[in-house]
Design a protein around this ligand. Structure first.
Ligand SMILES: Cc1cc2nc3c(=O)[nH]c(=O)nc-3n(C[C@H](O)[C@H](O)[C@H](O)COP(=O)(O)OP(=O)(O)OC[C@H]3O[C@@H](n4cnc5c(N)ncnc54)[C@H](O)[C@@H]3O)c2cc1C
Length: 422
């Protein structure tokens, strides 16, 4: 059976890997010139198993209200006259209810734990462990507010129940975990250290894995923009693409997997497939390290500013912010300035701010934060998409599970897969 994977971001290339390993013939189509050029290009780099709580949680509405109108706010909602966007925002609020948030956290945690194990197996099997600036040094969640830190300590027990280790550290303990924090330590209230978490460059991972796959018979159609997905009698018949030279073509396969990030919703809507996915824009800067002692080895999450930071070889990646702002990818200089200011105060002297490369990407977010993995409404259509702020973390696990489903087997995972065509 031949499967066409739509999209060559981190969810698409991992899907291609697991399908190939399961014995399927596989092709991948993407509008860009290579794999990992859109949302997977310059994300925060964290394999963040220790943060399964979705953004839709009981404290989110209050936090959002507190940030309204503040120029450097990490959250920004710009609602437009688009009923789908309003519906998404209302569903987001519903998913903030405690019971729903608990259920979503459990699903994400189960998938994240599974995904980390799969990532470790995959990189060894594919021989790409050294290809993406991987670092298995954990993630340290930082708190600069005493009350927030005291509250957050409950996570040690909560995450323990999901099999995720977290250690509470006082400011000295934080510096022991990450000596580069010595310069910010006087302002620290404490930290939560997740020793099993990792970090790495998702784009380089995509590039390395796609090269391995190309050598294993997977055909990549790059510079091929999908114009429409063609369907008849509840089956997908093909995918109409336009190549860079303007030539049109229809690609056909026995089955199709949608891994199109924030763009799947628009392409599937004409077929009556409605995906509850909206883009949540975020920013990053990537800057060369100028003082290796001042640049952290452990990946950091500053919980007070919603900013993450990962060491990628001789570069530092700093990422954050969320804007519900449609598909606009324009870079707001104020956002970049806020990240540079963060680096200057939290990690003074670590990077060269003059050479920082700004970037913006669109997290494909579902209201509850749980990705959509399983069957579409059409018989031969499958979905592996909507990974929101955790696509790098969850990609290997959801791709492995999807390949298991497509083989007709049941993944051993407590996760709400979409199982039956409706
Ligand atoms: C600022 C920021 C920080 C983040 N930090 C982290 C982090 O630290 N850890 C983490 O786990 N996750 C993080 N994420 C989330 C993560 O990056 C995403 O969830 C993940 O990259 C989504 O992967 P994807 O494959 O679904 O989408 P994409 O990477 O966007 O891939 C979709 C692909 O589909 C292709 N495509 C789209 N439309 C078409 C079309 N019409 N025709 C052909 N091809 C098409 C695109 O070219 C693209 O290659 C972050 C995201 C952002 C924005």
């Amino acid at each position: 059976m031949h499967v066409l994977v739509l999209g060559a971001g981190v969810t698409g290339v991992t899907t291609a890997w697991y399908l190939r390993r399961a014995g399927f013939g596989v092709s991948v189509v993407d509008r860009r010139e290579a794999a990992g050029q859109e949302t997977s290009f310059a994300n925060g780099g964290q394999i963040s198993v220790s943060h399964p709580e979705p953004w839709a949680n009981p404290s989110a509405p209050l936090v959002a209200l507190r940030w309204i109108g503040r120029p450097g706010a990490p959250l920004r909602f710009r609602l437009r006259a688009d009923p789908a966007q309003w519906a998404w925002a209302l569903n987001f609020l519903l998913e903030c209810l405690p019971a729903r948030s608990r259920r979503n956290t459990a699903a994400i945690a189960a998938l994240a734990v599974h995904s980390l194990a799969e990532l470790r197996r995959l990189r060894d099997a594919a021989g790409i462990a050294d290809a993406y600036d991987a670092r298995a040094r954990g993630i340290l969640h930082l708190f600069f507010d005493k009350l927030a830190y005291e509250r957050a300590k409950a996570r040690v027990m909560d995450l323990g129940r999901h099999g995720i280790e977290l250690r509470a550290c006082d400011p000295e303990g934080c510096v022991a975990v990450e000596p580069a924090l010595a310069y910010a330590h006087s302002r620290l209230a404490g930290g939560l250290y997740a020793p099993d978490d990792e970090s790495g460059d998702a784009m380089r991972f995509c590039r390395a894995l796609s090269n391995v796959l190309a050598g294993d018979g997977v055909r990549f159609h790059y510079d091929a923009a999908i114009e429409q997905i063609i369907a008849a009698n509840r089956r997908i018949d093909g995918v109409e693409i336009v190549r860079a030279d303007g030539n049109r073509e229809t690609l056909q396969a026995d089955a199709y997997v949608v891994c199109l990030g924030s763009h799947g919703r628009r392409l599937l809507r004409p077929l009556g497939e409605s995906l509850p996915i909206f883009p949540l824009k975020g920013y990053s800067i990537t800057a060369p390290v100028v003082d290796p002692v001042r640049a952290p080895q452990v990946s950091l999450t500053d919980e007070s500013r919603r900013i993450v930071c990962s060491r990628l070889g001789e570069r530092l990646r700093i990422a954050g912010t969320a804007e519900l702002n449609d598909y606009d990818l324009a870079i707001d200089p104020a956002r970049i300035a806020a990240m540079l200011e963060w680096a200057a105060t939290r990690l003074p002297g670590a990077i060269d701010p003059q050479r920082a490369e700004p970037w913006a990407g669109l997290r494909p977010a579902t209201p509850g934060g749980v990705p959509i993995v399983g069957r579409g409404r059409h018989e031969n259509l499958w979905l592996n998409t909507g990974h929101g702020p955790l696509g790098w973390t969850l990609s290997c696990g959801s791709a492995a599970a999807l390949a298991t489903l497509m083989k007709g087997e049941k993944p051993a995972l407590a996760f709400p897969f979409r199982r039956t065509p409706r």
